[in-house]
Ligand binder design. Sequence first.
Ligand code: 13P
Length: 341
Amino acid sequence: FSYPTPELQAELKRTAEAIVAPGKGILAVDEANDGIGKLLAAVGLDNTENNRRRYRQLLFTSDKSLSDHVSAVILFDETVYQKTDDGQSFIEVLQKKNIIPGIKVDRDVVPLFLSEDEVTTQGLDDLAARCAEYKKQGCRFAKWRCPLKIGSHTPSVQAINDTAQVLARYASICQSQGLVPIVEPDVLLEGDHDIVRTQKVTEVALAAVYKALNDHHVFLEGTLLKPNMVTPGQGYKPKSTPEEIAVATVTALLRGVPAAVPGIAFLSGGQSEEEATLNLNAINKVQLKKPWTLTFSYGRALQASVWKTWAGKDENVKKAQAELLKRAKANGLASLGKYEA
Ligand code: 13P
């Protein structure tokens, strides 16, 4: 065994800390082509490379003040190589705004045979080579998501162990290539379970993930966690308040996430824009120990209003960009516990 070289440790730590700088979080725009295709269809556009490019151009060419609240953006493979109408690469546009580009490197899920509808995430085989290529293009971090479903008998031991092993191998490979791994075990919101169930499942999943990261010698100071918030299933009534969600979420994280991890950036996972902001704000206000920065890595909760306002029309680009800035600012404040509805 050996630790990473001091230079590699310093680089990874610097990147991880920059991503979770105070008051800032991550804009996740790493929808795969079929995912963004559904959003394009909803505004009457075909799922072409150019339409996907036009939408992401809208986001990346927003005013420079975006970087007051957004430290980093998660890209999808195709986006790494795309350019603005006037020929600047998206990566350069982001770098000029002082926003760190990152890349989704998982290749989505396939069924775990004979399980109760559970899945595993693919993409490890050629991962080192892909990380090296993305690093060359200017990416400094990566993201990999493993969803876990809550059902009467799930997540199974098999699914939890698989998630932990896959995330640990992914994190280790990323660090070998100088990319900070964002580790995303996502306990899904679907279901009618109560918040106690979500909290326990989240605690069990985090414990397994950090045991595996330790077994694989992952340098925790050069990683970030992207977890679900602890909420009841979306079919459960009554809903919990942001304060209840904050206590359950921070309690679960305290039990499972080592203090060496510099930051935790939540996924929004189907919460509305305002809910995701209020919950993050409450999480940052709760009177419990918080050894890590707690911020956002939102996809849907930063983009829902942008899609609605853009509606696929060039004349709406400016207004849609204003919506992005509004959500980014709200979440930036929430990451400091200073948001007021
Ligand atoms: P949501 O915030 O829409 O859940 O997306 C974040 C993400 O990166 C999903 O993997």
